[in-house]
Design a protein around this ligand. Sequence first.
Ligand code: ADP
Ligand code: MG
Length: 710
Amino acid sequence: MENARKLLQKYYGYSEFRPGQAEIVESLMNGNDTVAIMPTGAGKSLCFQLPALMLPGITIVISPLISLMKDQVDTLFSLGISATYINSSLSVSEVNKRIYNAQAGRYKLLYVAPERLEAEQFQTAIENLKISLVAIDEAHCISQWGHDFRPSYRAIGPFIARLSQHPVIGAFTATATDNVKKDIVNLLALNNPQTYFTGFDRTNLFFSVIRGENKQDFVLNYVAANKNHSGIIYAATRKEVDNTHTLLSKRGYEVGKYHAGLTDEERRKSQEAFIHDDIKIMVATNAFGMGIDKSNVRYVIHYNMPKNMEAYYQEAGRAGRDSEPSECILLFGAQDIMLQKFLIEQSVTDNERKSSEYAKLQTMVDYCYTTGCLRRYILAYFGETTLADECGNCSNCKDDNELTDITIEAKKVFSCILRMNQRYGSTLVAEVLKGSKSKKVLQQGFDTLSVYGILKQDTLQEIKDLINRLIASGYLCLTESEYPVVKLTDRGIAVLKENVKVWQKVPKRPQKIVNDNLLFEELRILRKRIADRENVPPYLVFADSTLKEMSEYCPTERQTLRLIKGVGETKLERYGSEFIEVIAGYVAEHELMPSHKAISSTKDEGKVDDIPSHIVTLNLCRTGRSLTQIAVERNLKLLTIQEHLIRCSLEGHAIDWSQLIPVQYEKLILAKIEEVGADKLKRLKDVLPDEIEYIAIKATICKHKNNPVG
Ligand code: ADP
Ligand code: MG
């Protein structure tokens, strides 16, 4: 395994395996047929690529989609690993050329589409190849129980059986239901396979459900706060996709769309633009995403609730494949339930299947209403119950929303609905509350009701939003009819009868997912320039996580750049000098400390040691981040960050004192220090106003130690 680790550093620029990877590589290297079940983004590719590098002969990789194959081969090329693919997108002569090269031993990996395995010409062509390993990517495609069954995957078993020398088989998937697993083992005729399952948790994803909010407003605020990041917005229907797309493009966002109503060419173009970071936002139906390996998708917003948890986790899971913090937000409105029911009624005729679809929909709805940890809910749904009670990284665990008492407004809405005899839809109810003079209101004589106009100070939209929130939190419900009618639930009635209070969460304005510094931006621009020049997606040049590490450690030499995660030998060779140039310019301009990841004293090649933590803080501080931002970003306590700065100052670095000492108090603190003495911290704290923290006192002492003010 020593060798595997070396190659991991050399080609990929990673110093550690992710969970499960080392075991899977070892199992394959020991000649065991192996099934690896790891969630999206966990790093399955590397588990067969590393053995491919170490084993003699060639590795055949079977992959379901042309776009996936090309992407993987491009990735390997960028790492300096020789690989190619054969599929229907190539001309006959190109296929022959590649087969010829394979026979000449020019590739370590050969990607093929499953259809190809049955072609006689292909079978004869590979007869004299030495195939050490056959890796089946997305192996669940072999099973009808999986979510994307591909009949052509059934050709894999017979293909392997026909080979004169039996290779090792590795099967890779993110789906682990028992039926699928059984199919993989049986249909591939695996021999006593080792199975590895790393769990489904994606710890870098933040899950949140937002109920009953105005979706358009939310999306607009969110994309405004996260302009620089790539994200996908999934909507349930083409119409909803078109509307959201128009909404965003009118505001000047570069946004693409993708749904089954567009031509192949239109879809291809917008997918391409998204992958190449030419557009940042993709609005799409669930038709979009399969086979997209774009690793730097920072958020996935569901504009509507999807039909079940499998679909949700798969779509949301397209965020954060590079393991960087990313967000998965579900915007839930009660109308979503009706829409999904409608879609089931439209598309499913078989009664048994229909009831199973309804049951799945119900679990999805329950997810939207649960007050428990969302991650736990998801994992439990997939049969994993090992997670401790709270994940601390979902909207229910990290609930910092403020609660407002909206009992009075809610009661007004409830009475209005009752006065109108619970027979109308939410728009008409809102109009009556607003005191509208619309024809319908006047015709029905609603302008004579006592509730007419009792919310007239609000806009019609605000009233509608309020009603939607009350529906989403279960005080009101909608009937399931063509024109849904709003009615009170028992919960709503209790508010009127028993004086129960109604609280409403006010979601905070969307925050930035990650706080980038200026260097990160510069590096991103450089990356895009290189990507365009080489005609590859930017994430193939370097992942976001790599740029982020560069922007924190600011390496200005080849030896130190090499230590950044994701910088292997080939990329160092190809892009090293360009990146160093930008970083060095930035370091000079901002007078940053020369800090870098250092090689540890154990001389263990490729092993890295972190640089002193307080220096990292200092550098971040100098790039203009606030101390609170740094604390969040580094997942450290604010106090720790403050102590870092004091330490830097003691070591002689110039720091920005205003970050530690409130200017309006500095004089007062100094006066008290004179009076009480700098060694009596507790006493000083007591004689100063409460809002002055220990750290401010400490900082003042430190700042004036050598040059007391006269
Ligand atoms: P999967 O096929 O399981 O969805 P990939 O193989 O596409 O995942 O890997 C996802 C991302 O994780 C890629 O950008 C890959 O380079 C990265 N990655 C894989 N292994 C490691 C590792 N040991 N350290 C850091 N990053 C890794
Ligand atoms: Mg994969």
